[in-house]
Design a protein around this ligand. Structure first.
Ligand code: C5P
Length: 472
Protein backbone atom coordinates (compact mmCIF):
# COMPACT_ATOMS: atom_id res chain seq x y z
CA UNK A 1 0.00 0.00 0.00
CA UNK A 2 1.36 3.44 -0.89
CA UNK A 3 1.27 6.25 1.65
CA UNK A 4 -0.83 9.37 1.12
CA UNK A 5 0.62 12.63 -0.16
CA UNK A 6 -1.70 15.56 0.38
CA UNK A 7 0.76 17.80 -1.50
CA UNK A 8 -0.36 16.43 -4.91
CA UNK A 9 -4.00 17.49 -4.48
CA UNK A 10 -5.42 20.68 -6.06
CA UNK A 11 -5.22 23.94 -4.04
CA UNK A 12 -8.99 24.23 -3.61
CA UNK A 13 -9.32 20.66 -2.34
CA UNK A 14 -6.36 21.20 -0.01
CA UNK A 15 -7.98 24.33 1.40
CA UNK A 16 -11.28 22.56 2.04
CA UNK A 17 -9.45 19.61 3.58
CA UNK A 18 -7.44 21.92 5.80
CA UNK A 19 -10.61 23.58 7.13
CA UNK A 20 -12.35 20.26 7.66
CA UNK A 21 -9.30 18.78 9.44
CA UNK A 22 -8.92 21.84 11.66
CA UNK A 23 -12.62 21.72 12.58
CA UNK A 24 -12.27 18.06 13.58
CA UNK A 25 -8.96 18.58 15.41
CA UNK A 26 -7.16 16.16 13.10
CA UNK A 27 -4.15 16.32 10.80
CA UNK A 28 -4.87 16.52 7.07
CA UNK A 29 -3.45 13.04 6.57
CA UNK A 30 -5.72 11.64 9.29
CA UNK A 31 -8.71 13.43 7.75
CA UNK A 32 -7.97 11.98 4.30
CA UNK A 33 -7.51 8.51 5.74
CA UNK A 34 -10.86 8.74 7.58
CA UNK A 35 -12.64 10.04 4.47
CA UNK A 36 -11.24 7.17 2.43
CA UNK A 37 -12.17 4.62 5.10
CA UNK A 38 -15.73 6.00 5.30
CA UNK A 39 -16.06 5.91 1.51
CA UNK A 40 -14.72 2.35 1.37
CA UNK A 41 -17.21 1.28 4.06
CA UNK A 42 -20.06 2.92 2.11
CA UNK A 43 -18.97 1.15 -1.07
CA UNK A 44 -18.98 -2.15 0.80
CA UNK A 45 -22.54 -1.62 2.11
CA UNK A 46 -23.74 -0.38 -1.28
CA UNK A 47 -22.84 -3.78 -2.68
CA UNK A 48 -25.13 -5.49 -0.14
CA UNK A 49 -28.92 -4.92 0.09
CA UNK A 50 -29.29 -1.82 2.29
CA UNK A 51 -30.56 -2.26 5.82
CA UNK A 52 -32.96 0.37 7.18
CA UNK A 53 -30.82 3.40 7.90
CA UNK A 54 -31.09 5.93 10.64
CA UNK A 55 -31.31 9.50 9.30
CA UNK A 56 -29.10 10.88 12.08
CA UNK A 57 -25.37 10.34 11.50
CA UNK A 58 -23.59 8.64 14.41
CA UNK A 59 -21.26 10.95 16.30
CA UNK A 60 -17.57 10.02 15.87
CA UNK A 61 -16.37 7.72 18.67
CA UNK A 62 -12.91 8.15 20.17
CA UNK A 63 -11.71 4.57 20.12
CA UNK A 64 -8.86 4.47 22.61
CA UNK A 65 -7.38 6.73 25.18
CA UNK A 66 -3.88 6.25 23.71
CA UNK A 67 -1.12 8.19 25.43
CA UNK A 68 1.04 10.20 23.03
CA UNK A 69 4.61 11.34 23.18
CA UNK A 70 6.38 13.72 20.80
CA UNK A 71 10.04 12.70 20.67
CA UNK A 72 12.55 15.29 19.54
CA UNK A 73 15.89 13.82 18.47
CA UNK A 74 18.80 16.24 18.34
CA UNK A 75 22.23 15.65 16.85
CA UNK A 76 24.44 13.59 19.11
CA UNK A 77 26.00 10.15 18.87
CA UNK A 78 23.40 8.91 21.42
CA UNK A 79 20.73 9.43 18.71
CA UNK A 80 21.11 5.75 17.77
CA UNK A 81 19.65 4.85 21.20
CA UNK A 82 16.51 6.83 20.36
CA UNK A 83 15.50 4.08 17.94
CA UNK A 84 15.36 1.66 20.87
CA UNK A 85 13.53 4.29 22.94
CA UNK A 86 10.80 4.56 20.28
CA UNK A 87 10.42 0.78 20.23
CA UNK A 88 10.20 0.56 24.04
CA UNK A 89 7.58 3.31 24.23
CA UNK A 90 5.45 1.74 21.51
CA UNK A 91 5.65 -1.67 23.23
CA UNK A 92 3.90 0.02 26.16
CA UNK A 93 1.05 1.26 23.96
CA UNK A 94 2.40 4.83 23.81
CA UNK A 95 2.05 6.44 20.37
CA UNK A 96 5.30 8.16 19.32
CA UNK A 97 5.56 11.01 16.82
CA UNK A 98 9.10 12.12 16.00
CA UNK A 99 10.70 15.44 15.11
CA UNK A 100 14.39 15.39 14.11
CA UNK A 101 16.79 18.32 14.03
CA UNK A 102 19.03 18.81 10.98
CA UNK A 103 22.02 17.60 13.01
CA UNK A 104 20.16 14.47 14.20
CA UNK A 105 19.82 13.39 10.56
CA UNK A 106 23.63 13.12 10.40
CA UNK A 107 23.42 10.31 12.96
CA UNK A 108 20.17 8.45 12.15
CA UNK A 109 17.98 8.73 9.07
CA UNK A 110 14.33 9.88 9.03
CA UNK A 111 13.64 6.65 7.12
CA UNK A 112 14.76 4.34 9.93
CA UNK A 113 13.10 6.53 12.57
CA UNK A 114 9.84 6.59 10.56
CA UNK A 115 9.89 2.80 10.11
CA UNK A 116 10.20 2.21 13.85
CA UNK A 117 7.75 4.95 14.87
CA UNK A 118 5.15 3.70 12.36
CA UNK A 119 4.76 7.20 10.92
CA UNK A 120 7.13 9.53 9.05
CA UNK A 121 9.53 11.67 11.05
CA UNK A 122 9.00 15.45 10.84
CA UNK A 123 12.10 17.45 9.94
CA UNK A 124 11.35 20.81 8.27
CA UNK A 125 9.76 23.97 9.57
CA UNK A 126 9.30 25.40 6.10
CA UNK A 127 8.25 22.20 4.33
CA UNK A 128 4.90 23.07 2.76
CA UNK A 129 3.66 19.49 2.89
CA UNK A 130 4.29 19.01 6.59
CA UNK A 131 2.97 22.47 7.51
CA UNK A 132 -0.25 21.78 5.56
CA UNK A 133 -0.37 18.29 6.96
CA UNK A 134 0.17 18.88 10.68
CA UNK A 135 1.95 22.17 11.31
CA UNK A 136 4.38 22.93 14.11
CA UNK A 137 1.67 24.29 16.41
CA UNK A 138 -0.36 21.09 16.17
CA UNK A 139 2.81 19.01 16.67
CA UNK A 140 3.48 21.01 19.83
CA UNK A 141 -0.04 20.64 21.23
CA UNK A 142 -1.40 17.27 20.06
CA UNK A 143 0.63 15.25 22.51
CA UNK A 144 0.64 14.42 26.20
CA UNK A 145 4.36 14.95 26.70
CA UNK A 146 7.44 16.12 24.78
CA UNK A 147 10.66 14.12 25.22
CA UNK A 148 14.00 15.44 23.94
CA UNK A 149 16.45 12.53 23.64
CA UNK A 150 19.27 13.08 23.13
CA UNK A 151 19.27 16.73 24.16
CA UNK A 152 22.54 18.27 23.01
CA UNK A 153 24.27 21.26 24.61
CA UNK A 154 23.34 23.30 21.54
CA UNK A 155 19.64 22.43 21.71
CA UNK A 156 19.56 23.16 25.45
CA UNK A 157 21.15 26.57 24.78
CA UNK A 158 18.57 27.34 22.11
CA UNK A 159 15.70 26.24 24.37
CA UNK A 160 16.97 28.31 27.29
CA UNK A 161 17.07 31.38 25.04
CA UNK A 162 13.77 30.80 23.26
CA UNK A 163 15.14 30.23 19.73
CA UNK A 164 12.79 28.94 17.05
CA UNK A 165 15.15 28.53 14.11
CA UNK A 166 14.05 25.05 13.02
CA UNK A 167 11.10 22.71 13.51
CA UNK A 168 12.36 21.16 16.80
CA UNK A 169 13.01 24.50 18.51
CA UNK A 170 9.79 26.05 17.15
CA UNK A 171 7.80 23.13 18.57
CA UNK A 172 9.54 23.43 21.94
CA UNK A 173 8.75 27.15 22.05
CA UNK A 174 5.12 26.68 20.99
CA UNK A 175 4.18 23.88 23.36
CA UNK A 176 2.11 24.05 26.51
CA UNK A 177 2.99 20.46 27.44
CA UNK A 178 5.53 19.12 29.91
CA UNK A 179 9.04 18.63 28.49
CA UNK A 180 11.38 15.82 29.54
CA UNK A 181 15.05 16.28 28.57
CA UNK A 182 17.61 13.46 28.34
CA UNK A 183 20.86 15.40 27.95
CA UNK A 184 23.80 13.69 26.23
CA UNK A 185 27.17 15.32 25.55
CA UNK A 186 30.85 15.23 26.25
CA UNK A 187 31.56 15.55 30.03
CA UNK A 188 33.45 18.85 29.56
CA UNK A 189 30.54 20.31 27.60
CA UNK A 190 28.13 19.17 30.34
CA UNK A 191 30.30 20.65 33.11
CA UNK A 192 30.80 23.93 31.21
CA UNK A 193 29.34 26.90 33.07
CA UNK A 194 27.28 27.93 30.03
CA UNK A 195 25.57 24.53 29.88
CA UNK A 196 24.95 24.51 33.62
CA UNK A 197 23.51 28.03 33.39
CA UNK A 198 21.17 26.90 30.61
CA UNK A 199 20.18 23.83 32.61
CA UNK A 200 19.31 25.98 35.60
CA UNK A 201 17.17 28.24 33.38
CA UNK A 202 15.38 25.26 31.87
CA UNK A 203 14.71 23.60 35.23
CA UNK A 204 13.41 26.96 36.48
CA UNK A 205 11.07 26.99 33.47
CA UNK A 206 9.61 23.65 34.58
CA UNK A 207 11.57 21.36 32.26
CA UNK A 208 12.26 17.92 33.78
CA UNK A 209 15.50 16.02 33.21
CA UNK A 210 16.53 12.38 33.24
CA UNK A 211 20.30 11.75 33.34
CA UNK A 212 22.92 12.30 32.12
CA UNK A 213 24.73 9.33 33.65
CA UNK A 214 28.41 8.84 34.39
CA UNK A 215 30.39 6.39 32.28
CA UNK A 216 32.42 5.81 29.13
CA UNK A 217 31.78 8.18 26.23
CA UNK A 218 31.56 7.12 22.60
CA UNK A 219 34.87 8.96 21.97
CA UNK A 220 37.72 6.69 23.07
CA UNK A 221 39.43 7.59 26.32
CA UNK A 222 36.68 10.00 27.41
CA UNK A 223 34.70 9.28 30.58
CA UNK A 224 32.62 11.27 33.06
CA UNK A 225 29.06 12.61 33.41
CA UNK A 226 27.44 13.08 30.01
CA UNK A 227 26.10 9.71 28.82
CA UNK A 228 22.43 9.78 27.86
CA UNK A 229 20.16 7.90 30.30
CA UNK A 230 19.38 4.38 29.04
CA UNK A 231 16.14 4.01 27.03
CA UNK A 232 14.44 2.09 29.87
CA UNK A 233 15.29 4.85 32.37
CA UNK A 234 13.75 7.38 29.99
CA UNK A 235 10.68 5.16 29.55
CA UNK A 236 10.24 4.98 33.36
CA UNK A 237 10.42 8.79 33.58
CA UNK A 238 7.90 9.10 30.71
CA UNK A 239 5.45 6.69 32.37
CA UNK A 240 5.66 8.57 35.68
CA UNK A 241 4.94 11.89 33.98
CA UNK A 242 2.08 10.45 31.92
CA UNK A 243 0.53 8.93 35.05
CA UNK A 244 0.65 12.22 36.91
CA UNK A 245 -0.99 13.99 33.96
CA UNK A 246 -3.69 11.25 33.90
CA UNK A 247 -4.19 11.81 37.63
CA UNK A 248 -4.51 15.58 37.13
CA UNK A 249 -7.11 15.01 34.38
CA UNK A 250 -9.04 12.63 36.66
CA UNK A 251 -9.23 15.17 39.48
CA UNK A 252 -11.29 17.37 37.19
CA UNK A 253 -13.38 14.52 35.77
CA UNK A 254 -17.18 14.35 36.17
CA UNK A 255 -16.85 11.43 38.62
CA UNK A 256 -14.14 12.93 40.83
CA UNK A 257 -14.65 11.80 44.42
CA UNK A 258 -17.15 9.03 43.53
CA UNK A 259 -16.49 5.43 44.61
CA UNK A 260 -17.26 2.53 42.28
CA UNK A 261 -17.25 -1.21 42.83
CA UNK A 262 -17.23 -3.17 39.56
CA UNK A 263 -17.27 -6.94 38.99
CA UNK A 264 -15.88 -8.51 35.83
CA UNK A 265 -15.01 -11.84 34.24
CA UNK A 266 -16.29 -15.34 34.96
CA UNK A 267 -16.14 -17.29 38.20
CA UNK A 268 -14.56 -20.73 38.50
CA UNK A 269 -16.52 -23.03 40.76
CA UNK A 270 -14.41 -25.96 41.94
CA UNK A 271 -15.55 -29.54 41.32
CA UNK A 272 -12.41 -30.94 42.92
CA UNK A 273 -8.87 -29.53 43.34
CA UNK A 274 -8.17 -29.67 39.57
CA UNK A 275 -11.54 -29.28 37.84
CA UNK A 276 -13.99 -26.42 37.80
CA UNK A 277 -17.22 -25.12 36.27
CA UNK A 278 -16.60 -21.98 34.17
CA UNK A 279 -18.04 -19.88 31.36
CA UNK A 280 -16.76 -17.96 28.35
CA UNK A 281 -16.73 -14.44 29.82
CA UNK A 282 -13.49 -12.60 28.87
CA UNK A 283 -13.87 -9.75 31.37
CA UNK A 284 -13.27 -7.19 28.57
CA UNK A 285 -16.51 -5.24 29.10
CA UNK A 286 -16.14 -4.97 32.88
CA UNK A 287 -12.47 -3.97 32.59
CA UNK A 288 -13.36 -1.34 29.97
CA UNK A 289 -16.00 0.13 32.32
CA UNK A 290 -13.49 0.22 35.17
CA UNK A 291 -10.95 2.06 32.95
CA UNK A 292 -13.59 4.54 31.74
CA UNK A 293 -14.68 5.23 35.33
CA UNK A 294 -11.08 5.91 36.38
CA UNK A 295 -10.61 8.21 33.38
CA UNK A 296 -13.67 10.14 34.54
CA UNK A 297 -12.11 10.56 37.99
CA UNK A 298 -13.79 7.78 40.02
CA UNK A 299 -12.04 5.74 42.73
CA UNK A 300 -12.60 2.18 41.51
CA UNK A 301 -12.36 -1.25 43.11
CA UNK A 302 -12.44 -3.87 40.37
CA UNK A 303 -13.37 -7.34 41.61
CA UNK A 304 -12.26 -9.70 38.89
CA UNK A 305 -12.81 -13.39 38.30
CA UNK A 306 -10.05 -15.38 36.56
CA UNK A 307 -9.25 -13.66 33.24
CA UNK A 308 -6.13 -13.22 31.11
CA UNK A 309 -6.11 -9.43 31.38
CA UNK A 310 -3.46 -7.43 33.29
CA UNK A 311 -4.46 -5.28 36.29
CA UNK A 312 -5.60 -1.97 34.78
CA UNK A 313 -3.70 1.08 36.06
CA UNK A 314 -5.13 3.62 38.50
CA UNK A 315 -7.50 1.37 40.47
CA UNK A 316 -7.57 -1.36 43.11
CA UNK A 317 -7.97 -4.79 41.51
CA UNK A 318 -9.08 -7.70 43.69
CA UNK A 319 -8.75 -11.08 41.99
CA UNK A 320 -11.06 -13.90 43.11
CA UNK A 321 -11.85 -17.40 41.89
CA UNK A 322 -15.45 -18.15 42.79
CA UNK A 323 -18.81 -16.49 43.47
CA UNK A 324 -18.58 -16.64 47.26
CA UNK A 325 -15.18 -14.91 47.26
CA UNK A 326 -16.50 -12.35 44.76
CA UNK A 327 -19.41 -11.46 47.06
CA UNK A 328 -17.04 -11.10 50.05
CA UNK A 329 -14.73 -8.81 48.05
CA UNK A 330 -17.67 -6.68 46.84
CA UNK A 331 -19.04 -6.29 50.37
CA UNK A 332 -15.58 -5.34 51.64
CA UNK A 333 -15.48 -2.56 49.00
CA UNK A 334 -18.69 -0.92 50.32
CA UNK A 335 -19.72 1.82 50.89
CA UNK A 336 -19.67 2.90 47.26
CA UNK A 337 -21.68 5.39 45.22
CA UNK A 338 -22.07 3.04 42.26
CA UNK A 339 -22.03 -0.76 41.88
CA UNK A 340 -21.68 -2.19 38.38
CA UNK A 341 -21.99 -5.95 38.17
CA UNK A 342 -20.63 -7.07 34.81
CA UNK A 343 -19.24 -10.43 35.97
CA UNK A 344 -20.71 -13.62 34.53
CA UNK A 345 -21.10 -15.28 37.92
CA UNK A 346 -21.73 -19.02 37.79
CA UNK A 347 -25.27 -19.72 38.93
CA UNK A 348 -24.36 -23.03 40.55
CA UNK A 349 -21.50 -24.72 42.32
CA UNK A 350 -21.09 -28.29 43.41
CA UNK A 351 -22.35 -29.23 46.87
CA UNK A 352 -19.62 -30.15 49.33
CA UNK A 353 -15.90 -29.60 48.92
CA UNK A 354 -14.05 -32.47 47.22
CA UNK A 355 -10.65 -32.30 48.89
CA UNK A 356 -9.16 -35.04 46.69
CA UNK A 357 -9.26 -35.34 42.91
CA UNK A 358 -12.29 -37.38 41.82
CA UNK A 359 -11.07 -40.71 40.46
CA UNK A 360 -12.20 -42.39 37.27
CA UNK A 361 -13.11 -45.94 38.31
CA UNK A 362 -15.41 -48.84 37.49
CA UNK A 363 -18.38 -47.29 39.32
CA UNK A 364 -18.85 -44.85 36.35
CA UNK A 365 -19.04 -41.03 36.24
CA UNK A 366 -19.61 -39.29 39.59
CA UNK A 367 -22.98 -37.68 40.24
CA UNK A 368 -22.44 -33.96 40.75
CA UNK A 369 -24.98 -32.31 43.00
CA UNK A 370 -25.31 -28.61 42.20
CA UNK A 371 -26.38 -25.92 44.65
CA UNK A 372 -27.12 -22.26 44.01
CA UNK A 373 -24.47 -19.58 44.32
CA UNK A 374 -25.20 -16.28 46.07
CA UNK A 375 -26.59 -13.69 43.66
CA UNK A 376 -24.20 -10.78 44.15
CA UNK A 377 -26.26 -8.24 42.21
CA UNK A 378 -29.49 -9.10 44.07
CA UNK A 379 -27.74 -9.23 47.45
CA UNK A 380 -26.22 -5.75 47.01
CA UNK A 381 -29.42 -4.29 45.47
CA UNK A 382 -31.49 -5.43 48.42
CA UNK A 383 -29.11 -4.29 51.17
CA UNK A 384 -30.70 -2.13 53.86
CA UNK A 385 -27.40 -0.46 54.67
CA UNK A 386 -24.53 0.63 52.45
CA UNK A 387 -26.55 0.08 49.26
CA UNK A 388 -24.83 2.05 46.47
CA UNK A 389 -26.98 4.93 45.18
CA UNK A 390 -26.89 3.39 41.72
CA UNK A 391 -26.79 -0.38 41.20
CA UNK A 392 -26.33 -1.62 37.64
CA UNK A 393 -26.60 -5.22 36.48
CA UNK A 394 -25.98 -6.87 33.15
CA UNK A 395 -28.22 -9.31 31.33
CA UNK A 396 -26.81 -11.61 28.70
CA UNK A 397 -29.79 -12.93 26.75
CA UNK A 398 -30.25 -15.02 23.65
CA UNK A 399 -33.91 -14.12 22.99
CA UNK A 400 -36.57 -11.54 24.00
CA UNK A 401 -33.64 -9.43 25.24
CA UNK A 402 -35.54 -6.34 26.41
CA UNK A 403 -38.49 -8.20 27.91
CA UNK A 404 -36.19 -10.45 29.94
CA UNK A 405 -34.01 -7.50 30.98
CA UNK A 406 -37.03 -5.55 32.30
CA UNK A 407 -38.11 -8.57 34.34
CA UNK A 408 -34.54 -9.02 35.63
CA UNK A 409 -34.34 -5.40 36.78
CA UNK A 410 -37.46 -5.89 38.93
CA UNK A 411 -36.46 -9.34 40.20
CA UNK A 412 -32.95 -8.36 41.22
CA UNK A 413 -33.86 -4.92 42.56
CA UNK A 414 -31.19 -3.11 40.54
CA UNK A 415 -31.69 0.44 39.24
CA UNK A 416 -30.47 -0.25 35.72
CA UNK A 417 -29.86 -3.30 33.57
CA UNK A 418 -27.51 -3.25 30.60
CA UNK A 419 -28.85 -5.95 28.31
CA UNK A 420 -27.11 -7.56 25.37
CA UNK A 421 -27.78 -10.30 22.91
CA UNK A 422 -25.13 -12.99 23.27
CA UNK A 423 -26.54 -15.34 20.64
CA UNK A 424 -23.85 -16.50 18.20
CA UNK A 425 -24.55 -13.69 15.65
CA UNK A 426 -24.16 -10.94 18.27
CA UNK A 427 -20.83 -12.42 19.35
CA UNK A 428 -20.45 -10.15 22.41
CA UNK A 429 -18.87 -12.86 24.53
CA UNK A 430 -15.10 -12.66 24.09
CA UNK A 431 -15.42 -10.26 21.13
CA UNK A 432 -14.47 -6.57 21.04
CA UNK A 433 -17.86 -5.11 20.07
CA UNK A 434 -21.14 -4.95 21.92
CA UNK A 435 -24.67 -3.71 21.12
CA UNK A 436 -26.58 -3.03 24.34
CA UNK A 437 -29.92 -1.73 25.60
CA UNK A 438 -30.01 0.30 28.79
CA UNK A 439 -33.13 -0.54 30.80
CA UNK A 440 -33.97 2.00 33.54
CA UNK A 441 -37.12 2.88 35.48
CA UNK A 442 -37.76 5.55 32.84
CA UNK A 443 -37.62 3.23 29.83
CA UNK A 444 -35.24 1.60 27.35
CA UNK A 445 -32.38 3.18 25.39
CA UNK A 446 -30.91 1.08 22.56
CA UNK A 447 -27.32 1.99 21.78
CA UNK A 448 -25.67 1.22 18.43
CA UNK A 449 -23.16 -1.61 18.09
CA UNK A 450 -19.80 -0.18 19.14
CA UNK A 451 -16.56 -1.24 20.75
CA UNK A 452 -16.67 -2.37 24.37
CA UNK A 453 -14.54 0.70 25.21
CA UNK A 454 -17.15 2.96 23.60
CA UNK A 455 -20.01 1.18 25.46
CA UNK A 456 -18.03 1.67 28.67
CA UNK A 457 -17.53 5.40 28.06
CA UNK A 458 -21.19 5.90 27.15
CA UNK A 459 -22.31 4.03 30.27
CA UNK A 460 -19.93 5.99 32.50
CA UNK A 461 -21.10 9.30 30.97
CA UNK A 462 -24.70 8.23 31.63
CA UNK A 463 -23.84 7.35 35.25
CA UNK A 464 -22.21 10.78 35.71
CA UNK A 465 -25.39 12.46 34.39
CA UNK A 466 -27.54 10.43 36.80
CA UNK A 467 -25.33 11.18 39.81
CA UNK A 468 -25.33 14.85 38.93
CA UNK A 469 -29.14 14.80 38.76
CA UNK A 470 -29.42 15.35 35.00
CA UNK A 471 -31.05 12.00 34.20
CA UNK A 472 -32.56 8.97 35.92
O1 C5P B 1 -29.41 -13.86 36.44
P1 C5P B 1 -28.34 -13.47 35.52
O2 C5P B 1 -27.07 -14.25 35.69
O3 C5P B 1 -28.74 -13.41 34.07
O4 C5P B 1 -28.04 -11.96 35.92
C1 C5P B 1 -26.99 -11.26 35.38
C2 C5P B 1 -26.60 -10.15 36.29
O5 C5P B 1 -26.57 -10.57 37.63
C3 C5P B 1 -25.20 -9.66 36.00
O6 C5P B 1 -25.13 -8.29 36.35
C4 C5P B 1 -24.37 -10.51 36.95
O7 C5P B 1 -23.13 -9.88 37.26
C5 C5P B 1 -25.26 -10.60 38.14
N1 C5P B 1 -25.10 -11.84 38.91
C6 C5P B 1 -24.52 -11.79 40.15
N2 C5P B 1 -24.42 -12.93 40.89
C7 C5P B 1 -24.88 -14.11 40.43
C8 C5P B 1 -25.49 -14.17 39.16
C9 C5P B 1 -25.58 -13.00 38.42
O8 C5P B 1 -24.06 -10.71 40.57
N3 C5P B 1 -24.77 -15.19 41.16
Amino acid sequence: MGSLTVRNLGEDIKKRLRLRAAANGRSMEEEVRLLLAERAAETATEAKPRAKQSTKPEPPVRETATRRVLLIISGGIAAYKSLDLIRRLRERGIAVRVVMTRAAQEFVTPLSVGAIAGERAFTDLFDQASELDVGHIRLARNTDLIVVAPATADLMAKMANGHADELATAVLLATDKKILLAPAMNPRMWANKATQRNLETLVGDGVITVGPNAGEMAESGEAGVGRMAEPLEIVAAVEKLLESSDARAAQNGPLAGKRFVITAGPTHEPIDPVRYIANRSSGKQGYAIARAAVEAGAAVTLVSGPVGLPDPPGMKTVRVENARAMLRAVEAALPADVGIFAAAVADWRTAGDAVQKLKKDASGPPKLELIENPDILATVSKRKTKRPKLVIGFAAETEKVIEHAKAKRKRKGSDWIVANDVSAEGGAMGGDDNAVHLVTAAGVESWPSQSKDAVARQLVARVAQALNGKAT
